[in-house]
Design a protein around this ligand. Structure first.
Ligand code: MN
Length: 230
């Protein structure tokens, strides 16, 4: 059957060592580091919660390159959120945390870019967050490293600098809900499938960027992610 409009371009994230990871869905975890939850006005361990971004919000940044995103419309407060991203290699429902590692294909460094002013207004009104979170080019990502190379990524520094100045610094072991627990909760609500990405949450220090800024994010053991705002 012939397509009546052009098919959307597939979204493929390069894999270190060869091949590409086809993206199906992009799940994101909210408030998953205690100090970030506190800076957003919340305290304590609340059940994990999730939102999604469309796959075509992904901006692929090849290893060693500096990617670019356009400063998005409607906002005056575009925030960086550096995150460990988990790539799902095999799907399932009701996956237990203890079994979750077998479903992880690999890991990458990602940015959950956020129109904080629009997100805040939607929160205040009790409306959906999409306009603050799920906008074009809102999900830059570096190459995926297979878990067969890294092993389970349960600790390691996670940092973000803007124009060389430190902004965010923590450790993946500070995740309130770890990768296994995230997969357990997510797969209770949605059937996970190969091609799903999970942005696991950001540590404290989120702040604004403006055109001309260059963000450089690191998670220990993964290639750096460099993205310019234009
Ligand atoms: Mn986030």
């Amino acid at each position: 059957m012939s397509l009546v409009v052009p098919a959307p371009a597939p979204v493929h994230v390069p894999v270190v060592g060869g091949g590409a990871f086809p993206v199906r869905r992009v799940y994101c975890v909210g408030r998953n580091y205690a100090e970030h939850a506190q800076e957003m006005g919340f305290t304590g361990r609340e059940p994990p919660f999730f939102f999604l971004k469309p796959a075509d919000n992904i901006v692929v940044v090849p290893e060693g390159e500096t990617g670019a995103i356009d400063y998005p419309p409607l906002t005056k407060n575009l925030h960086h959120e550096i995150e460990l991203v988990v790539a799902i290699g095999s799907g399932g429902r009701d996956i237990r945390a203890a079994d979750a590692q077998a479903h992880v294909f690999g890991y990458a460094v990602g940015l959950d870019m956020t129109r904080r002013d629009l997100q805040g207004e939607m929160k205040k009104q009790g409306r959906p967050w999409e306009i603050g979170k799920a906008f074009d080019q809102s999900a830059p990502i570096g190459p995926i490293v297979p878990a067969t190379t890294t092993g389970p990524l349960t600790s390691g520094a996670i940092t973000l600098a803007v124009n060389g100045q430190p902004r965010q610094a923590s450790d993946v072991k500070e995740l309130i809900w770890n990768v296994g627990e995230i997969i357990e909760h997510l797969s209770a609500a949605w059937r996970l499938e190969p091609g799903d990405l999970i942005y696991t949450g950001t540590p404290a220090g989120v702040a604004a960027v403006v055109p001309g800024d260059v963000m450089e994010g690191h998670v220990a053991g993964l290639p750096a992610l460099r993205v310019a705002v234009r």
